[in-house]
Ligand binder design. Structure first.
Ligand code: GDP
Length: 281
């Protein structure tokens, strides 16, 4: 009857609005569309809608749910007997993932522009909770792919660094954490997350060095340049730890595989990325 209907309407209205936004970045072919499609399929197993991993020219926004057994930052110690688990099953936590095209030309106009806009947003509804930067760990052995991937990540981190610096010291902006989702760990040629981390750090160090040299040359010719160096201290070798020390931006490299998620044999699937997302919520 009417009370039930009212209850449903009320319940749906209050049931965790998907106010937490995550941005999915990374070069094309990394598995971003496959990941978004998987999250959507897991969120509503009944609907078989698929983005059918095509090369999209536009970013897409998907509202998905966190598996009830994944703890959240505000509910860190959820155990099987915890009453909050029942609540999480009844009323799963929803969040939004924006998938962006990773093609070179679209990165600046879409991925990085999207990042700047979302990172500047003061509205809690559109606030960016975290950035997932996806990489194909089997493709990183190729020098060109590594350079391309590291350049994109460098540019993403520079946007976040500028944001961190612009926040006034009295009202510190909360830093947006970054997850490097080291995808395709199911492949036998995949680099383990630890070496993905090292390779990216070393390549970003090279980018910084050459950028710094460019700035010095520009200074010689008297040209003013407001460009800044990632993690500031160009005397020290770049590491993600240095970045965190200098800017407060936390970055983690976590392995996983979109492909193996539904099967038992392939380690963790995307579970550990979902755990990282949960910790941001
Ligand atoms: P995007 O350009 O980043 O959106 O990448 P796609 O989602 O289109 O994926 C590119 C290709 O990688 C597709 O053929 C996917 O099926 C494949 N792929 C995605 N994730 C995995 C994974 O974990 N393991 C393997 N082996 N292949 C994957």
């Amino acid at each position: 009857g009417v009370p039930v209907l009212l209850h449903i309407i009320f319940f749906q209205a209050v049931a965790s609005p998907p106010s937490s936004n995550f941005l999915l970045l990374g070069p094309s072919g990394a598995g971003k569309t496959a990941f978004t499609t998987l999250l959507e399929a897991k969120s509503s197993p009944a609907s078989k809608k698929s983005h059918a991993t095509h090369t999209s020219q536009q970013s897409t926004l998907a509202t998905v749910t966190l598996p009830p057994t994944v703890p959240t930052g505000s509910n860190r110690y959820r155990s099987v007997n915890d009453p909050s688990l029942k609540e999480a099953i009844r009323n799963p936590i929803r969040y939004r993932v924006r998938d962006t095209p990773g093609h070179g030309k679209l990165r600046v106009s879409q991925g990085l522009a999207e990042l700047s806009t979302m990172a500047q947003s003061k509205d809690i509804k559109t606030r960016l909770r975290g950035v997932l930067f996806m990489v194909d760990t089997a493709a990183l052995v190729d020098e060109t792919t590594l350079r391309d991937t590291a350049t994109y990540l460098h540019d993403v981190l520079l946007v976040l660094q500028k944001r961190a610096k612009n926040g006034s010291s009295s009202k510190r902006t909360t830093e947006i954490p970054v997850l490097v989702a080291a995808n395709k760990q199911d492949l036998f040629t995949a680099l383990p997350p630890g070496s993905v981390r090292e390779k990216l750090e070393a390549e970003i160090e090279r980018i910084r060095k050459s950028k710094n040299k460019g700035l010095l040359d520009a200074a010689d010719t008297g040209l003013e340049d407001e460009e800044e160096i990632l993690a500031n201290d160009e005397q020290e070798t770049f590491t993600f730890k240095l970045l965190e020390f200098e800017t407060g931006i936390k970055l983690e490299v976590v392995g996983g595989a979109v492909k193996g998620d539904q099967e038992e044999d392939f380690g963790s699937g995307v579970r550990r990325w979902e755990e990282w997302i949960g910790m941001c919520l």
